[in-house]
Structures are given as C-alpha cells and as structure tokens.
Write a protein that binds this ligand. Structure first.
Ligand code: NAD
Ligand code: MG
Length: 394
C-alpha cells in the first residue's frame, strides 16, 4: 500500500485529507505529517494517525512536539529543512501538497522530484514556479494530480490519457472554470472598501483557511486558478473562460469541438476531489453527502465583473507576461492579504498593492528556482513598502 505524506496536515485541506484517509486506514497508511507551528493540533493528529515522521516548520514548535510525543515512536523533524527532509526520506507513495502560500514550494518540488503521486492543493507553488515544477515532475516521474476542486473537475472531464498541451488533438475547445463569486459577489464597488476580514472569510459555500478565503473574496483565487489551469493542462489563456456560478455545484466544465460540454457536479466538499485523486482511477467512499438536485433546484451563471474584481485581470496579465510576473503577483498578494487580515490594509488596497508591485518590478526571464525565489523576495519587500506607504489605511 502506498504510504502517504500530508504537507499542511493541520490546515483545512489537511483535515479533509485525514478524514478520507481515516475511512480507509489499511489502504492509506500515514507515513509523515507536517505543519507550521500548531503543536497541540499536531500532537492530536500524531496520536490519532500514528505517522512515523512528524515535521514542524517552526523549530521551537518542533522541540515542543518532540517533548509532547516522548511516549510515541515518531521521529520529529524541525525547521523548513525538516519539512523537506520528511518528503525526501519518504518511501515512494502519495504526497499531499497542502501548505498555504509559496512556503509550499520547496517541499512540493521535493515531492515531484521524488517521483511520488503528488496531490496538488497548494496552487501557489505552481503559480510561482510553474514551468520548473512541471519539468521536475516529468524528470522525477511524478504523477501530479489536481485537488483544487475546479482542476480536479476538469481532470475528470478530460479524456483518459489526456496529454498536457494537446487539447486540440483531444477535441477540447475550451475549459470553463467556475467561480462562486465569493461573499461579495453582489456588493457594489463602493461598499467593498469597508469590508472586514471576518466578512471576507465568511465564504458562502466553502469552509477554508483564511488566506484562500480572502483570495476567494477578491477573486484572486480564481486568478491563481486560471494560471493553474493553463499550466496543468497546457492550455492557451484564451482557451479558459471564468464563469460565475454562485451555487458551487458544478465544479468546472470542458467543452469539446462536437458541441459536448462535460461537467463534474457534487456538493461543495473538498473530500470529493481528495478521494478522487487519492484512489484514481478507482473510486472510494469520501463521506460526502450525495448531491440532491431537487434541493439545489437551479444552477445560475454570469460573467465575472472585472471592475469589482480587478485581481482576476491582474492574474491573467501576469500569466500572459510570463517570466517572473506570476511569482511577483503571488508574493504581492500574500503580503497584501496578510496586511488585510492584520487590519493594516483595506480590502480594495489588496489589488492596488499587487498592481503597484507588478508595475515596480517588470517581468524578467526565470530559468532556475534561485531566480524564482529572488523574484519572490524582491516582490515581498516591494509590496511591504507599498503597504507601509499606504499609511496603514485600514
Ligand atoms: P490552512 O491555512 O487551513 O492550512 C495551511 C497549512 O499549511 C497548515 O497546516 C499550516 O500549518 C501549514 N503552513 C502554513 N505556513 C507554513 C509554513 N511557512 N511552512 C510550513 N507549513 C506551513 O490552508 P488551507 O485552506 O488548507 O489551504 C492550503 C492550500 O490548499 C492553499 O494553497 C489553498 O489555496 C489550497 N486550497 C484550499 C482549499 C480549501 O478548501 N481549503 C481548496 C482548494 C485549494
Ligand atoms: Mg478552487
């Protein structure tokens, strides 16, 4: 049985993964769990799932976990290197990449280089280092399966054996990427200025970590997913269209040249794409409530509003620009979202900070991970300065 490594085990995706895995313990033995610094949550998970290795990115948290788990036969690693080591030392199996942000890049790189089946939730690592990550996956013989619900839906609607970059040869005309529109779908532009982190994190359909919840509210999440879709499936930007679908029942669609449009539907529950990617091509029980179409009753669709949600356009432009632009976009977004969550930046300031950072750092070609990390660092510094110059306008 392939052993599994969960990167970001204490998060929202980590929780869903471990719920599915616990339904099939003989099939998915847990090899390693990693997290940032929540010792209490990690101790609980280790006692419950009995991994052989646990890693905490924060070294002090690792020391505390080691003390707390003295009575358990688990090796506790510490620091960012410890998280990467947990992946590198794992037997070939399944790695779930569910750390939030560019912090997930190094361990995800290690996972693809190690030739694992890699379940990708951490879309930021693909946005930041897309071509390099895909090359490394090919070299390492890794199978990269999308867990992001939209990309998992697209994957399910593509023909078996789909070749990246060969959409036309498979008769694929377009991919329709659905978006709920987030909590502010119906808000006026003027009212967006004063919204609070709590309002932004109250997503109508999905329970998620705070960073991705804010990304959904600004629609940067869809921007990152737009880039993710083009990279994962080798699609031209014009072959992907974003469709607002407030019910979040259709998770995305693929349109073929014969006029067929295939969709994947289900209740909005991340355990479905996780179970699909864990067991593919088999199907396993995910604990998800069956979809009741009679209670859904209707499915609505509308085009996205670029004025209210400028982040989508910024992401598209960064994708077309290429080079370091997607890494700069992502880093500026991470800095701006953190500032918003800490009350140091207004909601509409998020897009402004990203646009100003992209303006200040024109795209440069990138051909190594070191260059990507450099762009990421420069963009964080630049975005930090812009946030500070905004004068703490909440
Ligand atoms: P979360 O905030 O709930 O969890 C993040 C996890 O990453 C935690 O385990 C945390 O300990 C770990 N982490 C944070 N910073 C770290 C660092 N510097 N080093 C090592 N570990 C660190 O986030 P989430 O909602 O579970 O999202 C995780 C990823 O999955 C994100 O990339 C998100 O975009 C993606 N995703 C999430 C959902 C969802 O429904 N939550 C859906 C699709 C995609
Ligand atoms: Mg998604």
């Amino acid at each position: 049985m392939p052993e599994i490594v969960v990167l970001g085990a204490t998060g929202s995706i980590g929780d869903s993964v471990l719920d599915v895995v616990a339904r099939h313990p003989a099939r998915f033995p847990v090899h390693a769990l990693t997290a940032w610094r929540n010792v209490e949550a990690m101790e609980r998970l280790c006692r419950r799932h009995q991994p052989r290795v646990a890693a905490m990115a924060d070294p002090d948290a690792a020391a505390a976990l080691r003390r707390a788990l003295r009575d358990e036969p688990v090796a506790v690693l510490g620091g960012e290197d410890g998280v990467v080591e947990a992946v590198e030392a794992a037997p070939r199996g399944v790695v779930i990449s569910a750390i939030v942000g560019a912090a997930g890049l190094a361990p995800t790189m290690a996972a693809v280089a190690g030739g694992h089946r890699v379940l990708l939730a951490n879309k930021e690592s693909l946005v930041v280092a897309g071509p390099l990550l895909l090359e490394a996956a090919e070299r390492g013989g890794a199978e990269l399966l999308p867990v992001d619900s939209e990309h998992n839906a697209i994957f399910q609607c593509l023909p078996p054996g789909f070749q990246r970059g060969a959409a036309a040869a498979h008769g694929v005309r377009r991919v329709l990427l659905t978006a709920s529109g987030g909590p502010f779908r119906a808000h006026s532009v003027e009212s967006l200025d004063g919204v609070t982190p709590e309002q932004a994190c109250a997503h109508p359909n999905w329970q998620m970590g705070r960073k991705i919840s804010v990304d959904s509210a600004t629609m940067m999440n869809k921007g990152l997913e737009y880039i993710e879709a083009c990279l994962l499936f080798g699609l031209q930007p014009e072959a992907v269209e974003v469709v607002i679908h407030p019910q979040s029942v259709i998770h995305s669609l693929v349109e073929y040249v014969d006029g067929s449009v295939l969709a994947q539907l289900g209740n909005p529950d991340m355990r479905t794409p996780i179970a699909h990617a864990l067991a593919a091509p088999e199907r396993i029980d995910a604990g998800v409530t069956p979809l009741d179409l009679f209670s859904v009753a209707r499915l609505d669709f509308e085009p996205p509003d670029g004025e209210r949600f400028p982040c989508l356009g910024l992401a598209r432009a960064a994708l077309v620009e290429g080079g370091s632009a997607p890494a700069v976009l992502n880093a500026a977004n991470e800095v701006a979202v953190a500032a918003f969550l800490e009350g140091r930046l207004g909601f509409t300031g998020i897009a402004e900070v990203i646009a100003a950072t992209l303006d200040a750092l024109p795209s440069e070609p990138v051909s190594s991970l070191a260059q990507v990390m450099d762009s990421d660092r420069l963009a964080r510094e630049q975005a930090g300065r812009i946030v500070n110059d905004a004068g703490g306008r909440p």
